[in-house]
Unconditional design. Structure first.
Length: 94
């Protein structure tokens, strides 16, 4: 499967999470706190994390180093024993 086809299949199976006013407010607060402590992470990671907080979602990631630094974010570690994700098929994770 070509990379673009793989990405399109993933996009079709996962609804997008849009940035809304609540996520933007959380982002502003978390960003200010992280800057004050000198504990910054990547811009996109911070938006992803704050969007998850705004919706009460658990964030599944292999990037525990950065996402665990976001206060209030519930993170699930997928960095070990990750089964291959196949678009359109459920994960074998429990």
């Amino acid at each position: 499967m070509r990379r673009s086809a793989f990405v399109e299949a993933i996009i079709q199976g996962i609804p997008p999470v849009e940035v809304d006013v609540q996520a933007a407010r959380i982002h502003a607060e978390v960003l200010a706190g992280m800057k004050k402590k000198g504990n910054m992470i990547g811009t996109q990671d911070l938006w992803i994390g704050c969007s998850a907080i705004a919706r009460g979602m658990v964030l599944a990631t292999c990037n525990m180093k950065d996402f665990t630094r976001i206060p209030g974010l519930v993170v699930e570690d997928w960095s070990t024993n990750v089964n291959q994700v196949v678009p359109g098929k459920p994960s074998k994770r429990q």
